[in-house]
Write a protein that binds this ligand. Sequence first.
Ligand code: KG4
Ligand code: ZN
Length: 349
Amino acid sequence: MGAYRVLGLETSCDETAAAIVEADRGDDGTSGGQTLAQALRSQIDEHRPFGGVVPEIAARAHLDILDGLVARALADSGLALRDLDAVAATAGPGLIGGVLVGVMTAKALALASGLPFIAVNHLEAHALTARLQGGLAFPYLLVLASGGHCQFLAVEGVGACRRLGTTIDDAAGEAFDKAAKMLGLGHPGGPAVEKAARLGDPARFALPRPLVGRPGCDLSFSGLKTALRQTVERLGPTPPTPQDIHDLCAGFQQAIADCLADRARAARHLFAQRHGPGHALVLAGGVAANQTLRAALARVADEAGMVFAAPPPALCTDNAAMVAWTGIERLRLGLTDPLDFRARPRWPL
Ligand code: KG4
Ligand code: ZN
């Protein structure tokens, strides 16, 4: 029967990455795939002095290093371009300068080698990554939590995600990043807050749980961020002590975990109205790397007799294996794209 092999490129934010994924042609995707090679370079050090991602610096860095990462992925896999079945790239949503670098590179490789080009929606790539490990059939309930998005989705198939609820203000990752900045923990905030929270008491500071218990399954994090600022101000004119910072981080992370868990329970009911009880609850996106949030959502799944799935942390944050895997899922259905496909800075699911 043979295998599909797809090269994927990711350049939509501050990770530059190329990966090659392989999967059985005779399968429907539930057996997953194998990552044959992954080359990834984070630009965190370039952006750190600015306290956030600078689009112009990101685009230039992608341009400088993407070719080298593609060459390395090919060399590591022992494959040549002619051994592949398609070239896929994130074509949005994201910082357009970076997205254009990935899309132009993928189109050039496709044109030079006669392979099909596949334009991948970055959010769909996060949404489908859990299937790369195998054992996950459609439909499933997804919590997609990244730096720019925070949504509950019914993933009904490839190209078929139905939104059940979304944040009405900040994304969860954005909330982590802003909290970290406020506490002087630097960028990116999520991993820094998680690390500081390990030594903290989540019960010391009372922080709100916005929208908990409300109808629907929308989320909101901006009130929580404001409450954190006010709590820091109430501590006094001197900067918070290391123990204050640990306790603030633990409380903040626990508040996000409680919000996501409560809203996921509500999303589960909305999902069930259309699809029945549902067999799996999946957590994906960069924020899904957080162990406290994984545990909170695993409990929600457990209460409902659902399987809990989340990609390994390295596949939660931006990477190219998820893009290559989405390329395979689309190729399987004959969904390739013309070389004049235009990159989309905004591209809702
Ligand atoms: O999916 P991603 O890598 O990029 C986007 O598509 O946005 O997500 C990045 C976001 C950042 O906001 C980062 O702070 C957050 O994911 N993040 C985390 C953790 N690791 C990354 N948030 C909480 N805990 C973590 N361990
Ligand atoms: Zn992402």
